[in-house]
Design a binder for this molecule. Structure first.
Ligand code: SF4
Ligand code: SF4
Length: 438
């Protein structure tokens, strides 16, 4: 099924060096397990997990090493079997220093006895599915890392959601981990969608995939059952943002500042759905994920990587950095973070790594020529040039009044600005200052 309903604004980013075209054709390869993993205790939205192991402890694969605390949190699990050798802060890709557990791998891959397949998965109640998602440490794998159990638990919502919107758009340039997952694990994704549908009690479940991935659309359509819909969406950045998806797939607008529940929708990413199926059917906690390694690396690829593996180890498995690298980005080039070092661990929300050369540098900024491109590109209907001008004059209240808090930080305005102005950054600054003032 193809539809044309789409949001206003948006852009069509081009990709140098093949971008998605290189890695979307290559099957996912399981990366060799590293000699040690550094597992961050805060790799999800909400309160950090509390460490429940000590140096010298033997741990099994899938064993809880950090327990969730508070209503919005998630446990973390050992991604190798071995010995805890340190409890120490580590710097993650966002630049934050967070507590972490370092485990030396014994390469026995000895599963914890809590990891057991479920024999009666089809008989589980909604509350039991939510509980499994919670215990498995599932979080949104599309980047936000919001605890999945919190999303699936709709018991306190009024009105109840009626639609599950599943994101298979993967609209960021270079990143193809979801694309490969849709090709290789379509049945598992559909199973996860049906489990999420049961957990939330919605009457409709729909997966949206950009129409530049016809093979993924076909794979999901042939796996779809029990009323799960698969819809091809016009390829346009940022189609994968939840507000855009909800508008395209459910025809509803999420009010500014509100959550998808305000439009009676629950949103999930395809990779999170696959992880939910693995947690329910196989009892597997979230201990690995697919990571796209792309741009100027020896062998661009999609790797299935244990959580806690050093990015340095991951890059080695992609045959290292190639010549001419000027910028290292975790995530995609539109939304990702530039990082100064490869010494960061893979976390649950680590979707990809892109090494860019000169093409990744923004160039010298010049004065705004009032061309209006940023305004036409903004999917939120903002005037990025105006917000930028206000922030540069330190008029943060004015920037907030101009709608800066509604900025989704999609990067479309910065991308299309011929004057190379850091418009998205100005919105980020305004939002950060507004939060500090609260
Ligand atoms: S102002 Fe924000 S939402 Fe609008 S295009 Fe720029 S980054 Fe995206
Ligand atoms: S795109 Fe750049 S140059 Fe054009 S109006 Fe916006 S800020 Fe000014």
């Amino acid at each position: 099924m193809a539809i044309t309903q789409t949001f206003g604004g948006g852009i069509h980013p081009h990709e140098t060096g093949g971008g998605k075209a290189v890695t979307c054709l290559l099957p996912v390869v399981t990366a060799a397990a590293p000699a040690r993993v550094t597992i961050a205790l805060s790799q999800h939205a909400g309160a950090p997990a509390v460490c429940c192991v000590k140096v010298g402890d033997k741990v099994d694969l899938g064993q809880v090493i950090g327990q969730a605390q508070g209503a919005v949190s998630a446990p973390v699990h050992a991604s190798v079997s071995g010995t805890v050798i340190a409890l120490t802060p580590c710097v993650v890709a966002s630049g934050k220093s967070v507590p972490a557990v370092v485990i030396e791998n014994d390469f026995e891959d000895r599963w914890a006895d809590t990891v057991r397949p479920c024999e009666n998965a089809d008989a589980l109640t909604p509350a039991q599915i939510v509980e499994i998602a919670r215990n498995a440490g599932l979080v949104g794998l599309g980047g936000a890392a919001f605890p999945t159990a919190v999303k699936l638990d709709v018991s306190k919502l009024d009105p109840k959601p009626d639609t599950l919107v599943v994101n298979g758009s993967e609209c960021e340039p270079y990143l193809t981990s979801d694309h490969r997952l849709m090709l290789e694990n379509a049945a598992q994704i559909v199973d996860g969608v049906l489990l999420a549908k049961k957990a939330t009690g919605v009457s409709r479940a729909v997966i949206g995939v950009e129409d530049n991935k016809p093979d993924a659309v076909a794979a999901l359509q042939s796996a779809a059952k029990d009323g799960v819909e698969v819809v091809a969406l016009p390829a346009k950045y940022p189609q994968g943002f939840e507000k855009m998806l909800i508008f395209a797939l459910a025809g509803r607008r999420v009010p500014n500042g509100a959550l998808p529940s305000a439009a009676q929708c629950v949103t999930m990413n395809v990779a999170t759905c696959a992880a939910l199926s693995a947690a329910v059917r196989e009892g597997k906690p979230l201990i690995e994920r697919i990571v796209t390694v792309s741009g100027r690396v020896g062998t661009p690829c999609n790797l299935r990587v244990r959580i806690g593996t050093s990015l340095l180890d991951v890059i080695e498995q992609a045959d290292g950095l190639a010549a001419g690298v000027r910028k290292l980005i975790v995530g995609g080039p539109m939304m990702g973070n530039a990082i100064p070092s490869l010494n960061v661990p893979i976390t649950k929300n680590f979707g990809g790594f892109v090494a860019l050369g000169e093409e990744g540098l923004s160039g010298e900024e010049s004065a705004c020529i009032r061309c209006g491109r940023c305004v036409r590109a903004c999917p939120m209907g903002l005037m990025p040039s105006k917000i930028d001008a206000l922030v540069r004059r330190n008029n943060y209240d004015g920037a907030i009044a101009a709608g800066a808090m509604n900025c989704m930080e999609c990067g479309s305005c910065t991308y299309c600005c011929p004057a190379k102005r850091e418009l998205t950054q100005s919105c980020r600054v305004a939002k950060a200052i507004a939060r500090l003032k609260k």
